[in-house]
Design a protein around this ligand. Structure first.
Ligand code: GLY
Length: 472
């Protein structure tokens, strides 16, 4: 079978890598792919006319899938799903993994997702929806006033108000490329976020409607899953091993939010009883809701959970696999990913027996860090720095390099002595903020961590930065 993978990140490299290991997969096209997918066996990058979410690219992808007789197209990122790439493919009789545009609202509209959770009894935090700035402002100010007042009634006055005043989550309704959520710990922060989203229009239409949500603190867990729901048929959601992303830039969960600084799978503290709680209070109600809404959802889903007091709360749905969770979860999947996708498409997921490797995988992410004139990811970062890889050393750790913001070096920039070219692989240069991840397996989380960081030490580029505590 020939497969087309849409996207250019580390998640798409991990999907292409997994498919390339499978005997029944002959060819994997990755559109547009990255410097890592270009060098993967059986894989070939396909340049796109413009952004993957754009109309021209969607048309091109459907024509390309037909031309190469792709038995399967897997859409990695949310933007093309939000724009209806699945609707186009299905209308033209092409096999595609992903929700249609209406079902994708579980990620693309936070208000739709919250009302869905409420209607079908999915456990989540409380929220209010606002379309008027003044009303949102009033509500936010009241929140901090009431909370401060409550705080003053405590027996011992707090030394640090932020320790006892619950933060308020300010969330833009639409897709905002990771910039749509502020956890405000003070009225000033809440007002700043509201003003930026609703008055200044910093996120465009995505921030015109805002949710103010109860803050649910605890430990985050991501559960990725395969979904096979079609109108009029009994549906199935098949959860994968749990994973944990580390969203803040710096060790100890400090610093600004990022797209994800690294992941571990499975999560050692996601116990059997939490798994049962997740199944009963989140997964099953979600499935019931999807069936009752008559969704056409044959794709992946990501449950963003918070664990508080031994209970799972759903923070968000994403209608795709997580990045970098995928780079930790797929190396543990023993089952054939192509077959799993076909089972999802043909409503046979209930008969699919997933198999997982024992042990754990840790996947720290290397980012473009601070350099003169550049604050470093998630702020401004430099591109075009050569990435040196000691492939032999990396192989010795069992580590796999999943490229993200890494492109093939232009010929002029190639240094023949660059270790990146040693075994016929093209040299890489940085091209994004999150540059790559090294995923390594271990018998347990501690061993996986040790190997992954050893693997990461085989990679270097100017300004390379990473968190040292992934999976801790
Ligand atoms: N790891 C978070 C995300 O994929 O959005």
């Amino acid at each position: 079978m020939t497969v087309l993978v849409v996207g250019s990140g580390g998640r798409e490299h991990a999907i292409a890598w997994k498919l390339s290991q499978e005997k029944n997969i002959e060819k994997v096209f990755v559109a547009p792919g990255n410097g890592g997918t270009a060098g993967e066996s059986k894989c070939e990058n396909v340049p796109l006319p413009g952004d993957a979410a754009g109309g021209e690219a969607r048309r091109f992808l459907a024509d390309f899938a037909r031309k190469v007789k792709a038995g399967l197209t897997i859409v990695g990122p949310e933007a093309p799903l939000a724009c209806g790439i699945v609707d186009l493919f299905r209308k033209e009789g092409l096999e595609v993994i992903g929700p249609d545009k209406a079902a994708a609202r579980l990620e693309t509209s936070k208000s739709y997702a919250k009302s869905f959770m409420e209607q079908y009894g999915v456990r989540t935090g409380r929220y209010r929806l606002f379309t008027e700035y003044e009303r949102a402002l009033h509500y936010a100010k009241q929140h901090f006033k009431v909370s401060s007042h409550d705080a003053e009634t405590h027996d011992a006055p707090a030394k640090n108000a932020s320790e006892i005043i619950p933060p308020l989550v300010v969330k833009a309704d639409g897709l905002a490329a990771g910039k749509g959520v502020t956890v405000a710990v003070s009225p000033e922060e809440a007002v700043g976020a509201l003003s930026s989203f609703m008055k200044e229009g910093s996120l465009g239409e995505a921030g015109k409607t805002v949710l103010l949500e109860e803050y649910v603190g605890g430990r985050e867990v991501s559960v990725l899953a395969a979904v096979s729901v079609s109108p009029g048929k009994p549906g199935v959601i098949l959860p994968f091993l749990s994973a944990r992303d580390h969203k803040r830039r710096f060790d100890g969960g400090k610093g600004p939010n990022t797209g994800g600084m690294g992941a571990i799978a499975p999560v050692p503290d996601f116990s059997l009883s939490l798994e049962q709680d997740f199944n009963a209070r989140i997964l099953r109600p979600t499935l019931k809701g999807m069936e009752q809404e008559g969704m056409d959802y044959r794709g992946f889903i990501f449950f963003g959970l918070m664990i508080r007091n031994d209970r799972c709360f759903l923070l968000e749905y994403n209608v795709r696999l997580g990045d970098p969770e995928t780079q930790a979860v797929l190396p543990l999947m023993e089952s054939n990913l192509g077959d799993l996708c076909l089972a999802m498409l043909e409503n046979r997921l209930g008969d699919f027996q997933p198999a997982w490797k024992d042990g754990a995988v840790c996947a720290p992410v290397a980012v473009a860090g601070e350099l003169p004139g550049f604050a470093g990811y998630p702020g401004a970062y430099r591109k075009g720095d050569p990435i040196k890889v000691d492939w032999e050393k990396l192989a010795g750790t069992g580590g796999i390099l999943f490229a993200a913001g890494a492109a093939n070096a232009p010929d002029a920039a190639r240094d023949p002595a660059d270790a990146g070219m040693a075994d016929g692989r093209a040299a890489l240069v940085t091209s994004g903020g999150r540059v790559l991840a090294v995923s390594a397996w271990g018998a347990d989380a501690a061993e996986a961590r040790e190997r992954a960081y050893k693997g990461l030490s085989a990679v270097s580029f100017e300004g390379m930065a990473y968190r040292a505590d992934i999976g801790v």
